[in-house]
Design a protein. Structure first.
Ligand SMILES: [Ca+2]
Ligand SMILES: [Ca+2]
Length: 341
């Protein structure tokens, strides 16, 4: 295959005086059915082939989609364009059948990057600011990847970086497919949404963008602590989860009287792990939050003990650390993995 690629590049060089060309390899890891390319100035695609037979639009443009066929894993699509000095800036493959609509045009978020790096983007569009005494200008936000106070996520970011991941944050809403791209037009491997705040809920268009990101090959790491009856909007994570037929239990917090940290019955040590690769070598995690109410098509990979329970928030309190008869008992699902799209 490599020889074929080199041969094609050679052909492009020979014809480079009047037109430019590129061979784009499908490195999605599976069969592709659509390709989106974008240039820094308008071009005419003078020739292309052979696997994706349809091009849209037909004339001069800066963005094109190819469809109407299949490209095997590690196969590719070649294309030539003119003028030759225009640069192809980015491209995405899709495993889904692409039906370009002339009304709105293809959206880059509809496509998977051919260049997905080991990059994790943390959602910091809705950071919760700690109280005044905890706050320093430019800092003091819960779960911020640069925050090294106890409520920050700098330890998690460091762990990811130590394992070769690049970690950065999206800070401006709305979340869109384009907003997740880096400066080179590459999509991240994973979008991380850790405990959305009490502030603004996620809009329908953002949730659609997140679902599209996942259905076209992106990863989503979604976590929720908990939320109270009088803080309904803090259930933002739940609205995202429901887009994948999963939900977080409302208004309460997991407790375990026999496995917890220090005196905190609600900081539960979780030791029951399934066989999934994501749980491999995991022995214990301290966990604070609600549980997964509906798990839909997801595979539960971590659950509580039998003697854990869901301590419900009652009117005016945040639970009483005592199990009442009507409170759900373990085992309760806490971690789940869903293949989607
Ligand atoms: Ca226990
Ligand atoms: Ca209780």
């Amino acid at each position: 295959m490599r020889a074929v690629v080199l041969g094609l590049i050679g052909a492009f060089v020979l014809s480079g005086a009047v037109m430019a060309g590129e061979y784009l390899m499908n490195n999605l890891g599976r069969t592709a059915r659509g390709l989106y390319v974008t240039f820094d100035s308008p071009v005419v695609i003078t020739s292309y082939g052979d696997d994706l037979m349809n091009i849209s639009p037909a004339g001069e443009a800066t963005e094109f989609t190819f469809s109407g066929g299949e490209v095997d894993r590690y196969g590719g699509q070649w294309l030539n364009w003119e003028p030759a000095d225009v640069r192809l800036v980015s491209y995405w493959w899709s495993s889904n059948t692409i039906v370009p609509t002339t009304a709105t045009g293809p959206q880059p978020g509809d496509f998977e990057s051919a260049q997905t790096a080991l990059r994790v983007v943390s959602d910091e569009t809705r950071m919760f600011r700690k109280s005044a005494e905890d706050y320093e200008e430019g800092r003091g936000y819960e779960q911020a990847i640069d925050e090294d106070a106890w409520y920050g996520s700098s330890d998690l970011a460091k762990l990811l970086r130590d394992n070769e991941y690049a970690v950065d944050a999206i800070t401006a809403s709305p979340i869109t497919g384009l907003a997740l791209l880096d400066d080179d037009g590459r999509r991240p491997a994973v979008l991380m949404i850790l405990e959305p705040t009490h502030e603004r809920t996620y809009t329908e268009s953002e949730i659609s963008a997140i679902r599209l990101f996942v259905s076209t090959g992106g990863g989503l790491f979604l976590a929720s602590s908990t939320w109270r009856a009088d803080e309904a909007s803090a259930g933002s994570a739940d609205a995202i989860a429901r887009a994948f037929d999963v939900s977080f239990r409302y208004s309460g917090k997991l407790h375990d009287a026999t496995d917890h940290h220090s005196d905190n019955l609600h900081v539960v040590r979780v030791s029951n792990w399934g066989e999934h690769p994501i749980a491999r070598d995991v022995r214990g995690i301290y966990y604070q939050g609600t549980y997964l109410d509906e798990t839909g098509g997801a595979t539960v990979v971590g659950e509580s003990d039998d003697d854990a329970w869901f301590d419900r928030y009652r009117a005016g309190d945040a639970g009483d650390d005592v199990k009442q008869a009507d409170e759900e008992a373990g085992p309760l699902p806490l971690f789940a993995v869903l293949e989607y799209g």
